[in-house]
Ligand binder design. Structure first.
Ligand SMILES: Cc1ncc(COP(=O)(O)O)c(C=O)c1O
Length: 400
């Protein structure tokens, strides 16, 4: 079905950008930043003195950069103000800070059966230490989740619902707004992991959502190693700071400041990362997110349609692009996903990812544990031609 005109995709043919072949691992990280962002970073490195905010008599420019990023993120993620935007290295640190800063001995936590280790490992550790009890709310084999189950699992000591907006294995989008509304009606604290959706699906703090954790290096298209969380004013009061230390403020006291953002930001900030977030999010604010989403759905739908027709290839997830992030897992009973990923790369220049993708729970759901899957994930640079080449390559490899 996929004829030889779809062959290739090697460096010389694609010939642009930092990755010379066809990049299909956007769920892991975005491979390139905008020209405007790169220029802003170079300008910062060349022109500025990199003076730490609050630790110098100067340092104004770094302070401006922080404010600019907080301002853009507050608008983008619906934070009540710039102080409710907290910078961390990414979602993993954000979720550790929130879970460990919130949960107390005896608390019960609800989470879903498709979570990334950024959620499941901190929870597992607290559970193993006997601090908390955790219920995994069921998801269907395609990763879909029915918020109606939340109420059935709430106990008198249930404190928190923490869940992802989009599965990084199956692509499935979870109904976070409805889920947080149900959880809030039961008095729970609510936390959402936006790793796979921020930058293409609108998601904002609302009356039912206490914390949104975000990362820079995926859909927001900033640098790696920067991210954070936004939180409501009430949530900020409930959370203890999990990391304490120098903030450049209230230095006469040995206690961590209680005002935001200092309560949750100690140590020297990653100003270059924060600048990348400022520029990237400003660029997103200037765009129509629905256009980004439209392109994602278009290429994902094209891939799904073709993949379903390839003999011997099983497509996991909902199989519907409009219900998914641009992430598709496939597997074959006859071909190991690791071998397929290696051959796609070596013979066709197509970079994908194989294995469990730090989310064994999702594979338990889909019935792909422990073998894992081959995951192809798409982004703004993915063209229909790239999709056709990937389909051709997969079909050819499965025939061999
Ligand atoms: C669903 C999900 N949550 C969390 C993370 C971790 O994000 P970070 O790299 O910002 O720690 C990832 C990264 O792949 C992810 O896909």
């Amino acid at each position: 079905m996929w004829n030889s005109q779809h062959q290739g995709g090697l460096a010389a043919e694609k010939g642009e950008g930092p990755f010379p072949g066809i990049y299909m691992n956007y769920a892991s990280t975005s491979p390139r930043q905008s020209v405007g962002l790169t220029q802003a970073l170079i300008h910062y490195l060349e022109q500025n003195q990199h003076l730490n905010v609050g630790r110098n008599v100067e340092g104004l420019e770094d302070g401006r950069i922080q404010f600019r990023a907080r301002n853009a993120l507050a608008r983008f993620l619906g934070a009540p103000g710039t102080s409710q935007v907290i910078f961390t290295s990414g979602i993993t640190l954000s979720l550790n800070m929130v879970l460990l800063g919130l949960l107390k001995p005896g608390d019960h936590v609800l989470t879903t059966h498709v979570e990334h280790h950024a959620v499941s490992r901190p929870l597992r550790r607290l559970q193993r230490q006997g601090v908390i009890d955790v219920d995994l709310l069921p998801c269907a084999a395609d990763g879909s989740f029915d918020p109606a189950v939340i109420g059935k699992h709430v106990r008198s000591n249930t404190r928190l619902l923490v869940m992802t907006h989009g599965s990084n294995v199956l692509g499935t989008i979870l109904p976070v707004a409805e889920s947080c509304a149900q959880a809030k009606a039961c008095g729970l604290f609510t936390v959402v992991d936006t790793a796979q959706t921020a930058g293409s699906l609108a998601i904002t703090l609302d009356a039912h959502t206490d914390v949104l954790a975000f990362t820079g290096h995926k859909g927001l298209r900033a640098l790696q190693g920067i991210g954070g969380f936004v939180l409501s004013t009430e949530a900020a009061q409930q959370l203890e700071p999990w990391i304490t230390g120098g903030t450049g403020s209230a230095s006469g006291s040995f206690e961590q400041p209680q005002f935001l953002p200092d309560k949750f930001e100690s140590g020297t900030p990653n100003t270059l990362g924060i600048l990348s977030l400022a520029v990237a999010v400003e660029e997103l604010l200037a765009q129509d997110l629905s256009r980004i989403r439209e392109q994602e759905v278009q290429v994902t739908a094209r891939f799904l349609e073709g993949a379903k027709q390839i003999k011997g290839l099983k497509v996991h997830g909902t199989g519907k692009a409009d219900l998914s992030a641009p992430v598709v897992s496939v597997s074959s009973p006859t071909h190991d996903s690791g071998v397929l990923a290696r051959r796609l790369y070596e013979e066709y220049g197509i970079l994908t990812r194989c294995g469990l993708h730090c989310a064994p729970l999702a594979h338990q759901c889909a019935g792909t544990f422990p073998a894992g899957t081959l995951r192809l994930s798409f982004g703004p640079e993915t063209s229909c031609q790239d999709i056709d080449r990937a389909l051709y390559a997969l079909e050819t490899l499965l025939r061999s």
